[in-house]
Each structure stands twice: as C-alpha cells, then as structure tokens.
Design a binder for this molecule. Structure first.
Ligand SMILES: *[C@@H]1O[C@H](CO)[C@@H](O)[C@H](O)[C@H]1NC(C)=O
Ligand SMILES: *[C@@H]1O[C@H](CO)[C@@H](O)[C@H](O)[C@H]1NC(C)=O
Ligand SMILES: *[C@@H]1O[C@H](CO)[C@@H](O)[C@H](O)[C@H]1NC(C)=O
Length: 922
C-alpha cells in the first residue's frame, strides 16, 4: 500500500475511534526533581508512557505534573518505588474536577453581562453568540470580525472595539492593541479572562479602565483555536493542539493515535521554527507542523497582524495562556545574554515587572517575569515571538495565567473572576508604564493616503460581506449581425455589465446582468444603438434565494431536490461511506488555500489487482452548483442503484469521486457571493480598477494546470475571472488534483477522467486550445469524439436534452491550463471529458433545484452508454456476464491518426509521443 493511501486509511480509523475521553479515576501527581539524576528519572517515566505529563520539559526544582490512569496506577507506584523518587497526590479524580469547571458548586456572586457570565466556563457557541450580542448592543463601538477559518472550517471570530468610529479623521490610523486567547485549547481560563476584559472595556466605569478601552482600537479574539476548543468540550478535555488531520500516524505504544491529529499552533510560527522546544513528531504535544505556517489558524493570525500593522500603530500584542503565573518577554529561544535581540527587552521587562507587582496587590498572586528560556523552558515558533519579530510591536507578551499547578488547566470556576480582576490590574499598570516610556506616539494622525489601500485590503479580505444581487436585472440580447456582435463584445469590456455567457455569437442569446444603479444607462444605450434588450429576470437575488431553499424539516434524506452546502455535502459523504463501508472509503484529495479538506469517495467493489480506474471531479468552478449536485448523484447511483447497467459500471471500475474540489469557493458562493467562480487564494490581491477588489482574491483553478499554461483564453490579471495564477500549479487545489491523478494512475489502468461544469450542455473533448483540423493532435481524439456522440444520443433519449460535442476551441472558445486537458496531455489518460451541464442560459448558474434530478438522470444515461462504447472499442476487457461468449466487435477500433486502443502499451506510448511533440512545438 502506498503511503498516501495509508494516511487516508489512518485518517479514517482515527475519525472512527475518536471517542470522548473520560478521566474517571485518573489521579494527578506532582513530582519536583531535586537534581539532574531525578530529572533523568522523569524523562524515563515519560518514555515508559505510564502517565501523561502536563508540562513539556523537566528541570531541577520545577514541579512536573503527571496524570495516571486507574489501569496504570499500580505500575506508577511501582516505578516510584524502584526509582526511589517522591510524588505527591494533587487530584484524586480528574474527571470530577473537570465536571466542576462547567458546573461549579458554591457560586458566590453571580456576575454576568448579556448572555455570558464568569461563574463557569462556556463553550464556543455560547461565546460566539455573545460576541454577536455585543455588536448588537454596542453598534457604534463593537464590530465582530472573522480573521480566518480553522482546519475544520470554523470561523475564528473576535471583535474590534473602537470608541471613535464616528470620528473618521481622528481615527484614520489608530493605536492598536490585540489580545489573543486560547491558542492552546485546554487552557480555559484564557477565554474566561479575555472575555472579562472585553466586558470591562465595554461596561466598566472605572476611569482607568475607560482610558485603556478608549485609547486603543482593540482587536480581541478569545479563541483562536476553535477546533481544539470545541474538542476539549466534546472529546478530550486535555486537548492542546489544533485538529489538523494531515499528520495522523500510528503513535508509539501507550500513546493514543489521536494524539497525532493536530499541530501545536504555538510552535508553528515562522520564527526560529523547530529550533528548540518543539517536536517533529506529530504524536507529541509540541509538534510544530510539517513546515512553518502549515496551519490555517497560525496563518490567519499572522496575516491579520500584518494588516493591523498597516492600518494603525500596533502597541500591544498579548497572548493569554495558562498556567504557571508568568509574563514572558520575547524571544523564547534565547537566554538572557541574547535578550537584546528583541530590541527593547529592557523596557518590556520593566513594564512587565511593574505589571506583576500590580497583579500581586489585590490577592497576593505572584507572577514571575522573564524570558521563557529562563523562567520556563526555551521554545521557538510561538505567536507572540513572531509578532515581535515580524512587525516589531513595542510590547509583546505571553501571559501564563493562574495557577501555579494546584489545579493547572482545571482551574476551578470560582477563580475566574479573581484571575480576571488581577489581570486587569496588571494591564492598567502596563499601559501607564508604556505611556511613561513614550511608546504611544500621539501624533499618528497625519498618516499618508496610501494606508487607505491597506484599509481596503483589510475590509476586503477580513470582512467580506454577503453580496446581494437584489434588483439586479438580466437582459437578453440576440445579435443579428456582425456589427451587433461587435457592440456586445465592446460592451463586455465594461465590468459593470456582467455577462452570463462566455461566448457572443450571431443569433445566440446573450444574457447580461446589470445592477440597479446602471440599469438606466444600460437601457438608454441599447435604445440609442437600436438593439432590443429584453428583461428576462427582474431580481436575480430572488433566483438565488429560490436556489438555497431547503426542506423545512431537519434530518430529511438527501434526495437531490435542493442544493447542499459544503458542510452538508461533507456530512452526506461520510454518512454514505459509512453505510457502504465494505466498498466505499472516504478519501482526501488535499487541502484548499483556506485549509479546508477536499473530501471524496473511493468506490471499489472487487478489490482486484490492476483494476480499471476512473476519476470524477466536481465543483472546480464554485458557482456551478449543478456540478456537485450531479457528482453526488453519481456516487449515490454507484452505491445504491439496482439497475444492472449502473451496477456493471459501478462494480467493474474503481471510482475516485470528488464532488467539490474548490471547497473555499463553494463555501463563498453560499456565504458571500453567489457568483464566485475561482478559488480563494489571496496572495495576488490588488485593488481592481472597476470591479470589486475582492475579485482579485482568487485564481481560476481551471486555468492553473501545467499543460500549455497561459497559452490562450486565460488572464494574468488577478482582477479577471480567468486569472491563471502567477505560475502554473500555484494553487494547492490544482496541485492536489494533479498529484492525486498521478498517484492513482499507478494503481491500475486509469481509463476515465470526467470534469463536471455548467452551463451550456456540451461535452468538451481535449484539447481546449485546438480547433478545426488541429483537434486530432489529441491522441485518440476520434474515439473520444465518437464515444461522446453516442453517449449524448442516449442522454437525449431520456429527456430530449441536446448536448453538443467537440473541443472547447471548436464549440465554445479556446482555453488552456484546465484540469481535464492536463489529465489528457500530461497524465495521458485515454478517455477524458469536460461536461458543461444544463442549461443553455435560461437560468445559467442559477438552475432551479427542480431541474437537478432530470439533469442527473440524463447524465447517468449518457455515462452508461459512454462506458459501454469505450469497453466495446477495446480500451479494457471486462466480461458482461449476460452475454458470455461474445467478443466485442460492435464498433471498429479507432480510425483516428493515433494508435488503435486495446494495445495498451502502444497507445500510451503514442500518447506520450504526441504530448511530447506538443511540448516541443508550444
Ligand atoms: C463571597 O462573597 C463575599 C461577599 O462579597 C466575600 O466576602 C467572600 O470572600 C466571597 N467568597 C468567595 C469564596 O469568593
Ligand atoms: C525528527 O527529529 C529527529 C531528532 O532530531 C531526527 O532524528 C529525525 O530524523 C527527524 N525526523 C524527521 C521526519 O524529520
Ligand atoms: C450486458 O449484456 C446484456 C445482454 O446483451 C445487455 O442487456 C446489458 O446492457 C449489458 N450490460 C452492459 C453493462 O453492457
């Protein structure tokens, strides 16, 4: 088994086995090594995996806590005896302490603000709800903001507090403070403290708190690791890392494999990455990830910080962790002799010392201050170090909150408010001293215009709001002569007119969508040139709303009467795979730009050596919703149909099927812009001349493949819908598809690759940049053409729908860099098509949901025929048991210029030669 499959298999295993961890009867012990030999004993204990340590390193005179399961308790006591080392019992039953965190006894005073309180710890939904409430209750001051998405696709949500929103001028370049909470998910006191600070900033009447709240624009994210945080509630209270499944493996004896299901985000930043205090083993708690910034959460923080640094003057970055009561000063990988490297260590240290004194005043809680290497242990790749390193924020701290280890992560809820109060004392003192040391430059208002561009970046990338097409009209125009064609082609250059069609040709409908503010001008123009423009839709948003309608009752079975969201598709996939686990497995193509997993299904009934293989790709252009709806239907048919022809096609070929290969884009079409086509790669962001700048946040994946890339029908302008990317294969999605094809190609005889798009009712045959006589440059073009023609006859027989067949260059327009052309030209797969599904433009991308099923039925009929014809042409030999002895003779093998199929090697070789010629000639 190759390694990729192994990883997939393991991924699935660990999904299946992630059961809620219960800490009933677990005991927590403290051991304080008194000399180096006892430190060695602790290392030995860790190696023996008798218990789970709560800390990452050991040193003389520092307490280490180790949690022991009931099963291993005897071994532990035995170990203590043979090694002659002392341990003291801290908690008798860890689970009981966990339970108390959420349901504390003896709540003293209830303290709450809106729906949130600080007498217990709360889950992510409660937190996010409260953030929304804050925005609703403080509309002029609070704005919720999403800095990005987690590995599992959750929003990383926070708020911006700005008391000067109404005064645009004075606030054009604000002083900024950022608070980061809960990078490590089990450190619940972090969320509790950060939310308290938010509450105080919004409601306190203490003049010092008011000053702090109102002097800065605060960007506050109570939970930057939402997946991990949710996981600490649902599965494992002791979870620290994110939930990246990318590095899952079998862990050593005694360590649950689930341990490898995540990356330590506070080791993943690109500052002295993996240099010290971090691990390259995904089975550890300090696993730094495969590369710096491999994780969407750390990338999101970094990008957000860089933008803040552009729109204002960042003064503070404070990361809240627990426990051990420390204020850490950057950098964590250096010892005191190199402390100067962080540029203003002495000032940061002095400010922190005074804060620690202020913290101690209220309850006597002692905080220590210094470099991590000196007061804790050296480490690298942490967020606050990176922020100091990259944007040189004056004051960057990591604060380890209460306690010193009595309860550790399981700090009782009745300590939340005391912790929060003393922390606030520390922050106020911090700000006094920062000001005294002249870090808060007040004359920052005279800022330059160019900053506004970055403000736009921030708004466009961070705050992309739902685009409504309310009252957008669609006009239909039919050009009746070449002059009218030219008028339309000229008009298309004006971006305020959104052409639904890619082609403009004589006597064919052209649909143009126009926003309300441009309608009058548009209509007047067509009157002036005397071309009729008929309104075919009055309100595009209404069509969109109709498309997203779904059944009212929950838990309905998916029946292709509505369009599924990304989450629904993924949930459906895992459900159907579970129901057919003997033949279907969930497979993972790779990860999108925004960190979403691209899920698919492998269907293998016979588990034979050297099988015939086919692959199906859906949703590469995200607005083409009928594509995932078709592809999921095919999966369902292959797994459940009782039709003997469907069964034949399903069971004799190993299928790899991916309904949504552009998940970020698909998500975006539901949540932001229904008309989004590209992926969501933001690296080429640029202000656009006449279209919304957001258009440049993406690459057309179907122009990004490395086969005659950028030859024709593609753009180098990020503001275009057909932007091909800065280089070929710049995008993770296209890389993932290509890598996957090359991989499965080695597992048997890969015959088929189908890509589903919409709309225009066509079967496109490779290569898309060729037309006329040149089309036969594609190996076995004639066979592919014939197979498609015959398939479309059967398709039409179903509901009388007409499909055209040909190269894109012949029947649509010339393009290059698309996935299916690459599969043909580079991966050399014999039977490759791109389907443009329904309709021919009446509704276009907004195909009503009632038409999903007829569309799917006819496609299935077409595919069955195409498979039959391909088989009969001799591309592979599978006996149809209903006609035992007939050798396929119905169709003469290919008459095209290329080798006859069936002679496998010869075909492959000539495909290769021709591909080679193409490379040489282009
Ligand atoms: C409970 O509240 C009272 C009065 O506010 C206070 O004196 C006491 O210390 C509190 N007890 C705890 C456990 O916080
Ligand atoms: C991980 O680190 C260890 C020890 O430094 C090293 O021997 C090993 O080769 C590394 N493994 C990988 C996969 O880099
Ligand atoms: C197998 O042969 C039977 C009898 O000729 C035919 O009806 C059926 O469609 C064939 N199945 C396939 C998948 O070609």
């Amino acid at each position: 088994m190759n390694s990729i499959n192994l990883v997939f298999l393991l991924t699935i295993l660990s999904f299946a086995s992630a059961v809620k961890v219960n800490y009933d009867g677990y005991k927590l012990y403290k051991i304080s090594p008194k000399d180096d030999s006892e430190v060695q004993v602790l290392a030995k204990l860790q190696e023996a995996r008798i218990g789970e340590f709560w800390e990452d390193g050991f040193r003389v005179d520092r307490d280490s806590k180790v949690m022991i399961s009931p099963q291993k308790h005897e071994r532990f006591i035995e170990f203590l005896r043979t090694e002659n080392i002392e341990a003291s019992l801290l908690l008798d039953d860890v689970q009981r302490t966990i339970d108390k965190q959420r349901n504390p006894e003896n709540i003293n005073a209830s303290s709450s603000y809106l729906s949130y309180d600080w007498t217990a710890y709360h889950d992510l939904d409660t937190l996010y709800n409260w953030l929304d409430e804050l925005e609703a209750n403080h509309p002029n001051v609070v704005k919720t903001v999403v800095m990005g998405q987690s590995v599992e696709g959750r929003d990383i949500k926070g708020i911006v507090i700005n008391y000067h929103n109404d005064n645009a001028e004075s606030d054009s370049h604000p002083l900024i403070g950022m608070l980061e909470g809960t990078l490590h998910s089990r450190e619940w006191i972090s969320v509790a403290t950060v939310t308290w600070i938010i509450k105080e900033f919004l409601t306190s009447e203490d003049p010092e708190i008011r000053h702090l709240a109102e002097t800065f624009e605060w960007h506050i994210f109570p939970v930057v690791n939402p997946d991990g945080y949710v996981y600490t509630f649902t599965d494992n209270r002791m979870w620290r890392k994110n939930r990246s499944p990318e590095n899952i493996k079998t862990c050593a004896e005694g360590v649950d494999d689930d341990m490898s299901h995540g990356v330590d985000l506070n080791r993943n930043f690109e500052v002295e990455w993996m240099v010290i205090g971090a691990s390259n083993d995904s089975c550890t708690n300090t696993y730094a990830g495969p590369i710096p910034f491999s994780e969407p959460e750390s990338r999101a923080i970094a990008q957000y910080v860089r933008r803040l640094d552009q729109i204002g003057t960042m003064i503070y970055y404070i990361a809240f962790h627990s426990y051990t009561q420390l204020i850490l000063v950057p950098y964590s990988h250096v010892y005191i002799e190199n402390a100067w490297q962080s540029r203003n260590y002495a000032d940061m240290y002095e400010i922190a010392i005074k804060s620690a004194d202020a913290i101690a005043k209220r309850y006597g809680t002692q905080y220590r201050v210094g470099l991590s290497a000196n007061v804790m242990y050296p480490m690298s790749g942490g967020s606050f170090d990176w922020v100091k390193y990259d944007v040189n924020v004056p004051i960057s701290y990591l604060i380890e909150l209460r306690d010193l280890g009595e309860y550790g992560f399981l700090l009782p809820a009745d300590q939340i408010i005391p912790t929060a109060l003393e922390t606030m004392d520390g922050l106020i003192e911090m700000d006094k001293n920062t000001k005294a040391l002249n870090y808060r430059v007040e004359e920052v208002y005279a800022m330059i215009l160019k900053e506004i561009i970055f403000l736009v970046v921030l708004v466009a990338a961070v705050n992309a709001e739902y685009v409504s097409y309310k009252d957008h009209k669609v006009y239909k125009i039919v050009p009746k002569n070449e002059n009218e064609v030219q008028i339309l082609l000229d008009l298309r250059k004006q971006p305020q007119y959104y052409f639904w069609n890619d082609i403009v040709s004589l006597y064919s409908d052209v649909k143009i969508m126009v926003a309300p503010k441009n309608q009058e001008e548009f209509e007047n123009y067509f009157k002036s040139v005397n071309i009729p423009a008929e309104v075919v839709f009055n309100d595009v948003q209404k069509l969109i709303d109709d498309q997203v309608k779904r059944p009212v009752s929950r838990n309905v079975v998916y029946d292709w009467t509505y369009y599924l969201t990304l989450d629904e598709i993924n949930a459906w996939l895992s459900r159907i795979v579970e129901e057919h686990s003997d033949v279907a497995t969930l497979v993972n193509l790779g990860t999108s730009v925004e960190g979403r997993t691209i899920w698919g299904v492998k269907i293998d009934y016979k588990k034979e050596e050297n099988p015939v293989i086919g692959m199906i790709e859906g949703g590469i252009h995200s607005r083409e919703w009928i594509s995932p709806a078709t592809v999921t239907y095919i999966i369902n048919e292959f797994l459940t149909s009782t039709d003997e022809n469907v069964r034949f096609m399903a069971e004799n070929i190993v299928w790899h099927i991916f309904p949504v290969v552009n998940p970020d884009g698909y998500y975006y079409t539901f949540n932001n812009n229904r008309m989004w086509r590209k992926n969501r790669g933001k690296d080429n962001f640029t202000p656009c001349a006449t279209v919304a700048d957001d258009i440049s946040n993406g690459i057309d994946l179907n122009r990004n493949f490395g086969f005659v890339w950028m030859l024709t029908g593609a753009s180098q302008n990020p503001c275009d819908e057909t932007y091909a990317g800065p280089i070929e294969f710049s995008e993770p999605e296209s890389q993932a598809i290509a890598g996957y094809v090359l991989n499965i190609k080695n597992q048997g005889r890969m015959i088929y690759y189908f890509a589903f798009h919409s709309y225009s009712q066509m079967v496109l045959v490779p290569y898309s940049h060729l037309s006329g006589y040149d089309v036969i440059q594609a190996p076995n073009y004639a066979d592919m053409y014939e197979i498609a023609i015959r398939g479309m006859d059967k398709l039409k027989a179903k509901h009388n729908t007409d499909y055209q067949v040909g190269t894109s260059g012949d029947i649509l327009y010339e393009v290059s860099g698309s996935s299916f052309d690459w599969v043909k030209g580079v991966a050399e797969i014999p039977i490759v098509y791109l389907f443009e599904l329904r309709d021919v433009g009446e509704f276009g991308f907004l195909l009503p949901a009632e038409r999903i099923i007829p569309n799917n039925e006819e496609i299935m009929a077409g595919l069955l025929e195409m498979e039959r014809v391909t088989r009969n042409m001799g591309y592979y030999n599978i006996q149809n048991e209903s006609e035992p002895d007939i050798i396929p003779t119905t169709v003469e093998p290919s008459t095209s210029t290329t080798a006859a199929p069936g002679s496998g090697m010869k075909t492959v070789f000539s495909v290769f030669l021709i591909a080679l010629c193409l490379f040489v000639t282009l």
